[in-house]
Design a protein around this ligand. Sequence first.
Ligand code: AMP
Ligand code: GLY
Length: 466
Amino acid sequence: MGGGGERVGIVVISYGSRAAAVIDALSRSENYEVRLYVADKQRNPYNVEHAEKHVVIPDLDVEKICDFIEANKNAIDFGICCPEKPIIAGVRDIVERKTEVAMICPTKRYAIEGSKASQRYLIEECCAEANPRFKVFHRTEYKSVGEARDAVWRFLDEIGNEVAVKPDKPAAGKGVGVWGDHFRSREQLFDHFRSIFESGSDVLIEERLEGEESSFQAFCDGKRVVALPDTRDYKRAFDSDIGPNTGGMGSYKAQEDWLPFLNESDREEEERLVQRIFKELRGSGENDGLRGIPFYVAFMHTGEGAKILEINSRPGDPEIQNVLPVLKNDFVDVCFRMIEGTLERIECVKRATVVTYAVPMDYGDYRVTYSGDRRVDLSGAYALKENYGDNLRIYPGSMELREDGATYALGSRTVCTVGIGETIEEAREISQDGIRHINGALWNRWDIGASHYIERSIRKMKELRG
Ligand code: AMP
Ligand code: GLY
């Protein structure tokens, strides 16, 4: 493993295929001989194979993660945290305080993903034009559900019924309800509101935005943010964007840094907005609390410019899988630079990438229940590497290697395939060929990166811009 230079030990906190992509990028370092220490949600077969030490921490509890790092700290140079839960729980603060191992992720204070309401207030301070009209319904302000209902009605009288209703707390993209998609009457809307409210979270209601989405990600060293190419995530379960929201069924990236339905100036607008948020949080000097990927921003491009749907404090899943495989820089160097505060330009190979997720039968309401075999055999997909070489990557996610030596699908997104090509179409064919060669009871969307889908986005943007 690694390129045979100086030896480095790296902790990866893992959840999903995203971490396999991070592990792949680190393992390919040409400048370092990489030893990986993985704290994982389960025995992910890819991670087990690549790790020097692998530990399963099913709840990703930060104290247990910290104990693992403490026990190996003499061999560890730094850590990187992929999932949001430990970041929001303050894994960086706790690990750095107790073990002095530097962590790549924001501190608890700057894990702004933890509250959608705080994000809206922050955006209001520094780039209000990127906010939709919104209102936060704080649980403490209402003595009863009836009182909250009256307040919701009054707000709808003001801005109209066409709104999105979302929990303040992160719900992996799945807690959001949108008028016209998830409810068509105020009663249904309020049922959704109430289910969030009664689960103990504050609720946001915001104007429903009409437009096309993009995902913006950037590395940050506390002094500067360095943007990565834009990607497009497919949140809905089924082809043509039908069905419930999921963690993301796949994503694509064009050769350029922007998406086919946008142009260079849209991309510059995204960067400008993110820079303003960064400066607001950073203050006048530097702020290494913002290390890692503190700004993974979901944008909605509307007829009135770019609006922010949400800000996450970590790499996107599947979006980072579109980017890491085409990173030109040595990823271990990039990590050291983020820690040292010497981050510079990031370069990617000018290639298109398509990520397709295969998921279990009972994921995303595809089947109400599935009681059959959950074994998944990836060997046929891996064999395709003979044809495609590094232009096909296979990243197991919610999969488990068991005692019998076989691998099994758990409940969430099972495995993704990344195709890399000169065009989105070529990348898509490779990604889908990988999917077709997986042996197991899984399903997937077939329209990730499809030209008809992209053309629809181009048409829609043209219409919105008049
Ligand atoms: P979020 O978790 O906030 O990114 O929301 C998940 C998905 O819900 C987004 O990708 C959008 O498709 C949709 N969504 C969220 N907020 C809005 C909004 N204000 N208007 C329209 N759609 C939205
Ligand atoms: N792609 C959605 C997420 O990572 O939250």
